[in-house]
Design a protein around this ligand. Structure first.
Ligand code: ZN
Length: 281
């Protein structure tokens, strides 16, 4: 297979670029810009496509900062895309008589997620060891991962201690989904209903599949985090769990570069399918 025509400017900087066969995708914030390289010029003609797609609310503007055909320009040619309004925009790059490749600009408005953080204890003295000072760094890390890739921004809706008025025991959860749902429900009912997402820091969890090694678990708009999750990895683990809350599943096999890898070795890349769930059209 030949090299793709559309390439990100910096290959190691995940800012919402994806490639899938002859289609490339680039996230663009409304009002924001991304820069791509157009490979294998000259001969490549870049143009917008009149689309018959049923939903595009809008198109992104394009600014091409190279001369038109006939001029000799050093490779790579640079295209700068600017998001006009929420929607998808379509472009093609063609080598006449040969083939074309498509670029879909996924223009997304900023999505704000208000997160309430809860430091849990019970009436028998069990309590998380985590301190409230960890929140700011974790939220910074969440935003480092998900703002450039999905135009999602997390904000702190509140930070507080929650004392559950019963004995929750040394281990929260159990061997079955039913036990977990019951035990976790005793905690999550103290969440902030006005927040978009509630994070509960607890001491030690047990999970039906991950057992005692569980770092965190998400159920709908609630996330529980075990003290085993180090503060250094907290932001990355929270980004992973937030994606679960939006319907993202794990990647297949060992692909440690991805945020949704099951072993949580610190990967941060979103897949295209994750992006489309986390900040949908
Ligand atoms: Zn997971």
């Amino acid at each position: 297979m030949t090299d793709p025509i559309f390439r990100p400017l910096f290959d190691l900087n995940p800012d919402g670029f994806h490639v899938d066969g002859k289609k490339a995708y680039q996230l663009l914030p409304v009002g924001g810009e991304r820069t791509l390289k157009l490979m294998r010029a000259p001969g490549v003609v870049f143009k917008t496509v009149p689309t018959k797609d049923p939903v595009p609310e809008s198109v992104a503007n394009r600014t091409c900062i190279w001369g038109e055909s006939g001029q000799t320009i050093q490779e790579p040619r640079i295209i700068r895309l600017r998001g006009a309004s929420h929607g998808n925009a379509y472009y093609t790059a063609m080598i006449p008589g040969k083939y074309s490749e498509c670029l879909v600009a996924l223009v997304r408005r900023r999505k704000y997620v208000r997160v309430a953080f809860h430091f849990v204890s019970d009436n028998e003295g069990h309590h998380t060891l985590r301190q409230q000072g960890v929140v700011a760094k974790a939220v910074n890390r969440l935003n480092e991962i998900l703002t450039p890739q999905a135009n999602v921004e997390f904000k702190v809706a509140g930070v507080r201690g929650v004392q559950v008025p019963e004995d929750l025991g040394c281990l929260i959860g159990g061997e079955s989904e039913a036990v977990c749902a019951e035990e976790w429900g005793k905690i999550t009912k103290f969440g902030d209903p006005s927040a978009d997402w509630n994070v509960f820091f607890v001491w030690d969890m047990r999970h039906p599949t991950a057992g005692d090694y569980v770092l965190a678990a998400n159920h709908r708009r609630n996330c529980l985090v075990d003290d085993m999750t180090s503060n250094d990895r907290l932001g990355t683990v929270l980004a992973h769990e937030y994606c679960h809350s939006q319907g993202c599943g794990h990647v297949e096999g060992k692909q440690p570069q991805f945020l949704m890898n099951e072993t949580e070795k610190g990967g941060t890349w979103l897949r295209l399918s994750d992006l489309e769930k986390v900040n949908p059209l």
